[in-house]
Write a protein that binds this ligand. Sequence first.
Ligand code: KIV
Length: 271
Amino acid sequence: MSVNKEVKRITTHVLHSMKASGEKIAVLTGYDYSLARILDAGGIDVILVGDSASNVMAGHETTLPITLDQMIYHAASVVRAVQRALVVVDLPFGSYQGNSKIALESTIRIMKESGAHAVKLEGGEEVAESVKRILSAGVPVMGHLGLTPQSIYKFGTYTVRAKEEAEAQKLLDDAQLLQELGCFGIVLEKIPAQLAKRVSESLWIPTIGIGAGPHTDGQVLVTHDMLGITKDFQPRFLRRYLDLFDSIQNAVEQYIKDVKSADFPNEREQY
Ligand code: KIV
């Protein structure tokens, strides 16, 4: 199915209609103006300003160090680039857990200072109060269940979650709760495909999978991974569409050669 250019602006209501009509939702992460412009021009439905910026933009090992100020900087850069996509921003670690008043304050800063359209946070029942409070301010909220990277030190590894029945049942319950609270969608990260299918079929709001198989209502990838800018990260679920690391490295090597040999700039490249 091609991009529906009839839709001038993607809203949470458009995403609900897409689920109802069976149209899959395409999501990629974005952190800066230049790449976000290309994603939007390509017709991506949702740009997620993910806290994966902590890894791919800043080189941290986990998503924990990124700050609210840094997320706002990335989000504002993306919003300036976008005409059609819905822009969803991750609430970073420490900006919402355990205190719904702080969660709302963090959200208000994101919405006012970046111009984004929605926020995403990780967890189910544990973050219910924060979800409620943010929604009561009229801000759309997206949930995130399964592998939740902000809890990496609790899990200990980045392996597939909810393989055991008890964890799978909690995930199903959390998904139902997030829908009842009013979330407009839920990211399902690294869970068995059959569980993602059960969750997706049990909800009327869309599920967006990453490493969760083909039965979710949409898919999300980290843009730098699918473009092959990151080289060493090669999980099974990742499909690479380009090998930009190698292409860019080749271009850099050629540029260095041209400068060293005084081939660049030539007479047409000067004033
Ligand atoms: O931060 C992020 O990029 C994410 C996606 C992997 C879903 O949360």
